[in-house]
Each structure stands twice: as structure tokens, then as C-alpha cells.
Design a binder for this molecule. Sequence first.
Ligand SMILES: C[S@@+](CC[C@H](N)C(=O)[O-])C[C@H]1O[C@@H](n2cnc3c(N)ncnc32)[C@H](O)[C@@H]1O
Length: 256
Amino acid sequence: MGKGKLAKFAEMKTMKNVFEYPFSVVDNVPFTMKGHWREQYFNNDNPIVLELGCGKGEYTVGLGRLFPNVNFIGVDIKGARMWTGAKQALEEGLDNVAFLRTNIEIIDRFFDPDEVQEIWLTFSDPQMKNPRKRLSSTYFLERYRHFLVDGGIMHLKTDSNFLFTYTRLMVEKNQLPVEVCTEDLYHDTPAAIVDSPILSIQTYYESMWMARGLNIRYMRFHLPHEGQLQEPEEEIELDDYRSYHRTKRSSLKTAK
Ligand SMILES: C[S@@+](CC[C@H](N)C(=O)[O-])C[C@H]1O[C@@H](n2cnc3c(N)ncnc32)[C@H](O)[C@@H]1O
């Protein structure tokens, strides 16, 4: 039988690779590693890459296995999910992998300017009715700018046509440099990444959507510090996920 939520929460508190600072406690518990993740946790000078909304953390663990000279931090608010990846990383002795349980809305409280090189957004909730909750919105990108190096890399991997289109329009409107963009990662793989080991790993949600025949969209762009970011204004057709129970069907057909 699987481990219960309470047992997972209790074990998380003993795991050296897990840092728990949800919004409810962050003001009362000092976080001393801001600006010091490399020397105080990873004990190296390697780049730091975040996976925001990491869920079970399997992708963070997968990246950690593939790239031992890069440090990976999976971030999510759901502790019971994160436990899976944290446990796996400990069992495999992956010293380049850590997990931060917090609300991404306050992610800039945990990293100093230029402390992070890349950010992955993997199968983020499209948040079709709440632009400010979309992890690729200008609201969040402004936060990421506080700690991502100038021109740092953003990766978006999603099944959602809505989130992909929204992000593409936002990138176009703000003239953010795009490196890779494909609507079908595994059947129309851009030449730039055709030999990349990242194609060999999938997130939990990714394998679920692929099993249902949905294509996976992927975009890699740079986020310069300069310039005021602007939201796209186009109407975007909503995803219909009713049959997959992702979200209730909306009476709306498009959203901004
Ligand atoms: C659809 S799941 C995807 C999980 C994983 N990336 C995958 O592909 O299997 C989205 C995850 O993002 C997390 N999430 C969404 N918004 C968040 C926020 N504002 N702060 C922290 N976690 C968030 C959720 O808790 C959830 O685990």
C-alpha cells in the first residue's frame, strides 16, 4: 500500500534535500540560503535550474541524472507529490537535486539576483480564466527577472494549446528571443534539439497526456531584463479538457 499523506509530510521534514517555506510560514521562519544555494547546499559553482510546478518531481530528478554538473531545484506547493521525487533523489544519491515547497507567487524571496540560469515550466495549469495565475504571464516573468540571469532561458513544455498560444503571443509581443518552438515535440522535433537527451525524459503529466494521444508542445526562449513586459491582447481559443477532468467545461470559448 502507498504511504499516506501524513507519513509523507512527516518524512519530508527529515529529508535533507527538501526545504519547506509555504506562504503561511515564510514571514516567521528565516530563509538563510537566499543567495547561498551553491556554497551552502550544492557545494559547487554549477548553474542552478528551477522546475516550477514540479509535481512529483520526476522531471527534476530526470534532469539531475542526465546533467550531473548542473544543480536542479523542483518547486511546488504540494508536499505529498514532491515527496516522490525527493525520496528518489535521496535513494539515488543525487546531490545536485533539491526541492523547495512554496508558493511560486513568492519565489523571488528564495533566490538572489543572477542566482538562477534557467527555468522549466512543465505542464503548468493553463489557468484559462486567471491570467495572473499563469506561470508564463508577465506577472510571473517579472518575478523571475529578479533572480534569473539577464537573458536566462525559459522552457515551456505543455499539452495545452491555450497556454502554448498565450505564451507564444506574449513572447512575440515583447520580442523575446525564441530558440526553439514546436507544436509537436516528438513528431516534429526541431533540428536544434533532435539529439538532445532531454527528449528521453517525461514528466508524470506528460506521459499521461501522451497516452491520451495529445501532442506535446515545447518552446525555449530568453528573458532579458530590459523593457516593460506587456500582456498579449488576442482572444485565445480555450482547451476542451472536460473528458480528462482537468477542469470544468467553461461556457466561454475564448479568453485573453
Ligand atoms: C498539472 S501539475 C504538473 C506537475 C508536473 N510538472 C508534471 O508535469 O507532472 C501542476 C503543478 O503545479 C503546481 N502549482 C501550480 N501553481 C502553483 C503555484 N502558484 N505555486 C506552487 N505550485 C503550483 C501544482 O501544485 C501542481 O503540482
